[in-house]
Design a protein around this ligand. Sequence first.
Ligand SMILES: [Zn+2]
Length: 427
Amino acid sequence: MATGDPTEAVLRYLDERRQEIIEFTAELVATPSPNPPGDERAVARLIQDRMQKLGLMGAEVRARAPERPNLLYCQPGWAGTPRLILNGHMDTKPVGDEDRKLWRTDPLCPTIVGDKLYGLGAADMKGGLAAIIYAAAALRALDRPLRGDLLLILTANEEAPGEYGANWLVKNHPIQADFCLVADTAGMESDFDGLHICARNTVLFKIKVYGTQMHSSISDRFPSVNASVKMGWVLWRMAKDLKLHYEPHPLYPKGPTVNLGDLVSGGQAYGTFPGYAEFGSDIRIIPGMTVDGVERDLEEFLAQLRREDPELRVELEILGRGRPEEWKWLRGDEPFVGILQAASERVLGRRPPLAGFPAFTDAFWFHSYAGIPAIPAYGPGLLPLAHGPNEYVSLEAVVQASQIYALAALEYLDSWSGEPQCASKTK
Ligand SMILES: [Zn+2]
């Protein structure tokens, strides 16, 4: 048990376990959890074992399917309020380089070079998982309980479609908390170069183009519309002329990101004139934009193309409907945000500016679905390295993350005495 100034005690606890945190990160990387196919059992077992060794007892598994466990752990405070969640996902993207031409090291064998730990999921986000677990352990080792509850929620299935992770959890197990920090990969150019208070929702859609399927030997003798050629024209026009309506947002000066042709397919066989072609796309929308609004813009654009080309038979399909379309955003002046900035300043020697996260994270489910204000991403690792070959995480950043989380949680759970931000959500 640590005594004295709790701030110094948690920093000392984590500093003394620097090597242990690094080795645990490596063990997490060496325990693959690629998704698809999606199976977090081995990594969840490893985490449970480590949590028990660290005195974090009683983590519970909640799972829609046995191979997709979510781990929930609560470190109760003496007053039970406020309640803070530290969240991370246990799955990774697949290697995506089956003949190993792109990776310079074995992606499933953690390799340390200087301050960098290379391996699949090192940045996204096994370093972040190690950091939140050790932050909880540092608080657990204090000589007295804190005022509020600390919850660790370690989820399955963040990296692929399907309801097994945070999205399943918030719908099937009421989670009560005042604030949530998602320790996902956050750096853009350097670790902790922005504290993200909002993220972007994604609109996925398909453009379907119809033509005349027929024997290709007679396409010049009978009326024929080539679906592949028409689709190519639609794709090109969309890249050139599609305009989306939105209000500018200060944290997203470049606006939404439009990615056309993520998937392209068309035609049926050699010798068959193409009767159908399609392409799939994604648009990363910014705060204030909605799926309905993007759908309206896309439909108006297709209507314009139909007027230009009466032969064009084109349809829009919006994919993945059924979740709330409105993101909730942090205002930026929530107490925990300031607390986290101050903790970062203490550990890093600089105060991270508020920023907008370019991608989607599990914060959506906690904030927009369960009503728990959430920081979408503030973890070690650089987003440009995630999902790619030669992914690595800075070992120093992992240890710093554990210190930042522990200091911020300590301040929030022990000293913060304001009104709970989600009064109806506290127990
Ligand atoms: Zn992630």
